[in-house]
Design a protein. Sequence first.
Length: 286
Amino acid sequence: MSVLRSGSPHRPARSLATVAGVLLAVLALLLGLPGTAGATAGRHAPEPSHPGQDWAGSQIARHEGSAAGIAPPASSLAASVEGVDVSSHNGSVAWSTLWNSGVRFAYVKATESTSYTNPSFAQQYNGSYNIGMIRGAYHFATPDTSSGAAQATYFVNHGGGWSRDGRTLPGALDMEYNPYGATCYGLSAAGLVNWMKDWFATYKARTGRDAVIYTSTSWWKQCTGNSTAFGAVNPLWVPRYGSSAGELPAGWGFHTIWQYTSTGPTVGDHNRFNGAMDRLRALANG
């Protein structure tokens, strides 16, 4: 019969300590494996499954309604320039028809998340430029699939760059209702604001320009808490289908571009720049 002497280690306690140590080691190993700790800390939604159906205003019309669009009265803006926005769902765009109807600028969807590029981008982006329009590119944001920095980088690398040629507008970030799930992409208001800050900072670091933001007042209030973080820097492109741009999101005293209809002639989405042509050229020149 063994006798425990004073000061001798207590074997059961040592055994428990050993087991605990093994468990901690196994846990540490698991946390270091790909797909465990990394996934928990930075889990992302799947890449978009139907990006060709996502364009500037596609979810605005779905959630806020799409009034039969007609051009607002000429007196609604003291000076304005007619424009359009297009994406892959428009296919090959009849730019000469739009030019002859008075359209002078265009925004073209370039990318979505970090996995999609518009297959019609070249015809749309170059075609609008070649007919004489001032053009720009936009990115459809999916803040739950990857970081703001990653998406801004992808955008710049796939058509969203900028050059001071007098005919290229700064890139635009399309922030609207999630086409794939939770309205606010499963993020808190602070989380969404920080995601956008990341996107805008990366875009400016790459291009030297402050990007335009496309968003509706209703979505902005619901998903950002009506943040005032961007109004002093980023020009506002606001959708509202009716006779006026209506209430603006917090932080902006005026809009720069108003998407006034989703059912206009030739391509559907038509816009008005809030100013004369020389101001539109100034926005392009930076």
